[in-house]
Write a new protein. Structure first.
Length: 105
């Protein structure tokens, strides 16, 4: 399955458009991770724990997107857009969405 942010795949014309597909992942923030991230924010540096959570959530959203496209008979998803939002009380959860157009090349 080809998954790309570009509107086309070079050298492979779109034969059929199958519609918009999406994948979502919502992850809760861990209290201890929040505490250590706050300390790191004060002293500087990167928050490896948050980076890992973001990476995992993005991969989950993209996997769900590809699975939905595959169910529709697609062999590619073009024009993929990935968004990050905080949801829940006081932004306690992170939502990652990936959406694109399922196509047959």
């Amino acid at each position: 399955m080809i998954v790309t942010t570009t509107p086309a795949v070079e050298g492979r014309p779109v034969r059929e458009y199958l519609g918009v597909v999406a994948g979502e992942a919502i992850v809760g923030a861990n209290l201890f991770r929040d505490l250590f991230a706050s300390v790191r924010d004060i002293v500087g540096g990167r928050s490896g724990a948050y980076e890992e959570v973001l990476r995992d959530a993005r991969e989950t959203a993209l996997s769900e997107l590809a699975a939905e496209a595959e169910k529709r008979g697609a062999n590619a998803v073009i024009g993929v857009d990935i968004d990050y939002e905080t949801v829940g009380g006081q932004g306690s959860m992170l939502m990652v969405t990936a959406a694109g157009t399922a196509v047959i090349l």
